[in-house]
Design a protein around this ligand. Structure first.
Ligand code: TYC
Length: 105
């Protein structure tokens, strides 16, 4: 029988095909402790940019205060980069040294 693409079930190709699609990497937005940014300001940042309620925002702020750094959220690269920009520019506008950075999760 001559070869016809309609009858080709793709068996060979499928067996040898490597799965090409990997799940996208996730990026953590991390807040760093410092000695000068007021606790209230950090709580406001966590509520405004990361959607935490006041109780959770307080818990994350205190964890950062005690441990030196802490994760605010995990996002795609684009969203994580935007949050880092927004937090750092909001902090500079208010003349606080608060630092936010991105880490691969
Ligand atoms: N350490 C700061 C203070 O005592 C509070 C603080 C918490 C600052 C978390 C930054 O990411 C931070 N006022």
């Amino acid at each position: 029988m001559p070869y016809s693409p309609e009858q080709d079930d793709g068996n060979l190709l499928l067996e040898h095909a490597k799965p090409k699609v990997k799940p996208p990497k996730k990026y953590q937005v991390v807040l760093m402790n410092d000695d000068y940014t007021p606790m209230d300001f950090v709580v406001e940042v966590l509520q405004r940019f990361f959607g935490l309620d006041e109780l959770k925002a307080n818990a994350v702020m205190l964890a950062v205060h005690h441990d030196g750094k802490g994760v605010c959220g995990v996002y795609s690269r684009e969203v994580a980069e935007m949050k880092v920009q927004q937090v750092n520019s909001f902090s500079r506008q208010h003349k606080h040294p608060l630092m936010c950075q991105l880490e691969v999760a």
